[in-house]
Design a protein around this ligand. Structure first.
Ligand code: PLP
Length: 437
């Protein structure tokens, strides 16, 4: 099978091998930038990628949730190429461009809630998170932020402080910024009920911070890096009630779960609970760096002019890509397709669950699907099993990512544009890997 997959290789005669470049990488770049795979990308199209030696891979990592519309979608390529020939940069804060404004209008119209909204565009996911926190602080005049165990919000100083996982994100990086607290995230599989989570949250108000000093709760509607655990509706409702009781804002971080992945355009559409601010990034621009915050107009306007922005924030090339992405999601019905593909994947994994005792749970809305591995006897997280699945799949050309605080979960982040035949091929490889892990 390996040879069959590799036989499809199209890129040939590399100047140097993957092994050569691995040696050069280790000499030239710091080990703190952990790299998962030992092969180097040469080109990619939709869900397929070829390395510099001509080997073909099916990409179920999607650049960590960035490629809901696939690699190099022709419409994205055309939009960016067109923009490239017009202008690449003005600094929006100096000379604005209309495409930024019209993209903000589209995001405002699509974000959940019928209230007036405004959108700021920035560059990376964590920058969106930092801006959401700044906006919440400016709007409330408070500094406290409460995030949740297992959350991932990024790698800057504030991002890592908000992130609810120590190894590897906080190790060796010294004191965290002040006034950030964590409460448990509900997780029935690991015995944390919604009631427990909300009780612990209220306890923070006794032990750590006066609720009148809390600006916002920040949560992922479906945790990404943390393990693809969906926040139960009752939990979000509980957060909203506590928030309303104390004048706290609710920030939904949709950076990983947005743009069709969960089978709705934004994951927060899966309930009707109002949120105040929402961060987005990743799949909005198909690999060009773009992120943002959308929220209630009056909250978004809290900061003084000049307090928000950045030299490259809302770069015109990325904005052009984002306009194309929104059209592709609509015209290729990718939200519906997320449900169809996720349904096929879950059915396949569940059909073999009886034969694979370590495969404890298959879950997730739409195509935000996870397979969690637990030791069948002890019920402890089984990271080794997930790693074996990942390695066996890779041997046959399927790239998978793990996640979860213990690394015992496989998450699936294939392009929603993946062709049926390639998806079926990937499911065969996956089944083989799970059965033989
Ligand atoms: C939910 C969430 N928030 C924030 C981030 C940080 O995004 P970036 O890596 O672009 O800074 C990520 C990245 O994985 C994420 O999944």
């Amino acid at each position: 099978m390996l040879n069959t997959v590799r036989a499809h290789a199209e890129t040939t005669t590399p100047d140097a091998t993957n092994a050569d470049w691995e040696a050069r990488r280790k000499a030239a770049t710091p080990r703190g930038v952990g790299v998962l795979e030992g092969f180097y990308a040469a080109r990619a199209l939709n869900s397929e990628l070829w390395d510099i030696e001509g080997n073909r891979y099916i990409d179920f990592a999607g650049g960590i949730a960035v490629l809901n519309t696939g690699h190099c979608h022709p419409r994205v390529v055309a939009a960016v190429t067109q923009q490239l020939s017009q202008f690449t940069h003005t600094a929006y804060q100096v000379i604005p461009y209309t495409s930024y404004v019209s993209l903000a209008e589209k995001i405002n119209a699509r974000a959940p809630g019928s209230h007036a909204k405004k959108t700021i565009l920035v560059t990376t996911g964590v920058e969106a998170v930092e801006n959401a926190v700044k906006i919440a602080r400016a709007a409330t005049g408070r500094s406290g932020i409460i995030a949740f165990d297992g959350a991932f919000h990024g790698r800057t100083l504030l991002g890592m402080a908000l992130t609810g996982k120590v190894v590897p994100y906080k190790v060796g990086f010294g004191a965290m910024p002040a006034d950030i607290f964590h409460a448990p995230f509900p997780n029935e599989l690991h015995d944390v009920s919604v009631e427990d989570a909300l009780k612990h949250l209220r306890r923070l108000f006794k032990s750590d911070i006066d609720p009148k000093r809390v600006a916002a709760f920040i949560y992922e509607p479906v945790q990404g890096e943390g393990g693809f655990y969906e926040a139960p509706e009752a939990f979000i409702r509980g957060l909203r009630e506590i928030a309303d009781e104390h004048g706290i804002l609710l920030i939904a971080d949709e950076i990983q779960c947005g743009f069709g992945r969960t089978g709705t355009f934004f994951a927060s559409e899966r309930h009707t609970i109002p949120i105040d601010l929402m961060t987005f990034a990743k799949s909005i621009a198909a690999g060009l760096p773009l992120s943002g915050v959308v929220g209630r107009a009056e909250i978004m306007d809290a900061s003084e002019p000049g307090g928000l922005g950045g030299t490259y924030a809302g770069n015109p090339l990325s904005v052009a890509a984002a306009h194309a992405v929104l059209d592709i999601i609509d015209e290729e019905h990718l939200v519906e397709r997320a449900n169809i593909l996720g349904g096929r994947l879950q059915a396949r994994l569940k059909s073999i669950q009886g034969d694979v005792p370590a495969l404890a749970e298959v879950r997730g809305p739409g195509s935000m699907v996870a397979a969690e591995f637990l030791n069948p006897v002890t019920h402890e997280p089984d990271a080794a099993a997930a790693k074996r699945v990942q390695n066996l799949a890779l041997e046959r050309g399927l790239v998978l990512l793990t996640c979860g605080s213990y690394g015992n979960i496989i998450r699936f982040l294939y392009p929603l544009t993946i062709q049926d035949a390639v998806f079926a091929e990937a499911l065969d490889i996956l089944e083989h890997a799970v059965r033989h892990a």
